[in-house]
Design a protein around this ligand. Structure first.
Ligand SMILES: *Cc1c(COP(=O)(O)O)cnc(C)c1O
Length: 428
């Protein structure tokens, strides 16, 4: 048996994949290396990557500068505990993050994954109100169609129906939800979105610690874009009702939408912000939760006077080094031009799909392109069809979307878009 098939057979015996069944008949593709925007399969086929490994690999794979930084850090230390110790990569990264995020955010808590960064944000909000003598503020307000991660706290603020977690509903903290904003990306916030938010806050603010949402782009909950002005309105209503505002920028951070952080489309700042995914350029798992002086000071001077969280691999030096190298690369590149170029390539090529009967909507923002179908796609068929066309695109539900590495060129971008058009066209 060849190596390709051996890997697949062995994988099927005992490995779970994300949201998968063990031993499922869904196709699985062994990758042996990745370079630039290409993944190389064990049978030597090459795929153009349209996913950036779930928003992460913004500089593509095997980038010489990030490789070099990590290799050099390896010769110093790969890990030390963060309790009572610190190290140069973490100090440098925290300083950079404070510099590049909105000005009021100046306290950084490192964790290992986006979901944990969200848990940390939720704990910060609860602990803050506890120390403000408002311990009844324990619940969260969130948007329908949102996605914030797979751990219990994060699950509780994901869309309660499509959030992939409804089976756990009875085990989850009960949160408050409002409909996802309908105000269009480039329009002012409409009155129904405003009313929904105002009504929920007016009714439940005494129980609500924070309003948590993904600014401007809702990712895994539906790939929806909405008005940045909604964020402006959310800020004033949260202030009015004594509710903290938490932005989950785990998917949108580091340039993907055309701004370094999507909240920069608005005029306001959140009290707490979560980042992850592209933070290390897709090299290692690292996330961070940032907050402002008011919150960090209140928690640090309250009771018990410490923030109650501390992961084993907190601020892993290799991961911090990768993040430092990745952010440096990003900031030193002409990333705004790259994102608008990708946007300008995605738009005409994806809009061709609009004419297909099985396509409901096509939308593009920054380096994100979405083709929403009229029905859920047949994953098994479509995944195989994409690979046969030499592209790596992984849809979910009705959504086929692209968020390629920023280093992609026009030819490869158009190849990705054409693959979507052809595969959907064959379906009809
Ligand atoms: C992916 C994602 C998360 C969860 O991050 P993990 O690293 O998968 O735990 C949380 N929020 C948003 C907006 C995400 O896109």
């Amino acid at each position: 048996m060849n190596k390709y098939q051996q890997l697949i057979d062995s994988d099927r015996q005992n490995i779970w994949h994300p949201y998968s069944a063990l031993g499922s008949d869904q196709p699985i593709f062994p990758v042996v290396s990745a370079h630039g925007v290409r993944l190389k399969l064990a049978d030597d086929r090459e795929l153009i990557d349209g996913m950036s490994s779930w928003w992460c690999a913004i500089h593509g794979y095997n980038h010489p500068q990030i490789n070099q930084a990590i290799t050099s850090q390896l010769t110093h230390m790969s890990h030390i505990m963060f309790g009572g110790l610190t190290h140069p990569p973490a100090v440098e990264l925290a300083k950079t993050l404070v510099d590049i995020t909105p000005s009021s955010l100046d306290s950084v808590f490192f964790s290992d994954s986006g979901s944990v960064a969200v848990e940390v944000a939720m704990k910060m909000a609860i602990q803050y109100w506890h120390d403000k003598q408002q311990p009844e503020k324990q619940a969260f307000l969130s948007l329908r169609s949102g996605y914030h991660g797979d751990t219990f706290g994060a699950m509780s603020v994901c869309d309660p129906v499509t959030g992939m977690h409804s089976l756990f509903n009875d085990a989850l903290a009960q949160q408050f939800f409002i409909d996802a904003p309908t105000s269009e990306f480039s329009s002012p916030c409409n009155s129904s979105d405003l009313n929904n938010l105002q009504t929920a806050l007016a009714k439940h603010h005494e129980k609500i610690a924070a309003f948590i949402l993904e600014p401007v782009v809702q990712g895994a909950g539906g790939m929806r874009f909405y008005s940045a002005d909604f964020l402006n309105q959310a800020r004033s209503l949260c202030d009015q009702y004594n509710v903290l505002l938490v932005f989950d920028e785990i998917a949108t951070g580091f340039g993907r939408t055309g701004k370094l952080f999507a909240c920069e489309y608005s005029n306001i700042q959140a009290d707490i912000m979560c980042i992850g995914k592209a933070l290390t350029g897709g090299y290692l798992s690292l996330a961070a939760t940032l907050t402002n002086r008011e919150i960090s000071h209140t928690i640090s001077n309250g009771e018990p006077g410490v923030f109650m969280h501390g992961p084993t691999f907190m601020a892993n030096p290799l991961a911090c080094t990768a993040a430092n190298a990745s952010i440096k690369l990003l900031l030193e590149s002409n990333w705004q031009d790259k994102i608008s170029a990708i946007e300008s390539w995605l738009k005409p090529s994806l809009e061709k799909c609009d004419s297909l009967k099985n396509v409901a909507n096509v939308r593009v923002l920054g380096a994100i392109g979405v083709v929403e179908c009229t029905h859920a796609v047949d994953m098994k068929k479509i995944q195989t069809a994409f690979v046969e066309k030499g592209v790596w695109i992984r849809p979910f539900g009705k959504l086929i979307y692209l968020m390629p590495p920023y280093i992609i060129n026009q030819t490869d971008t158009e190849h990705l878009c054409n693959a979507i058009y052809e595969v959907l066209n064959n379906e009809t």
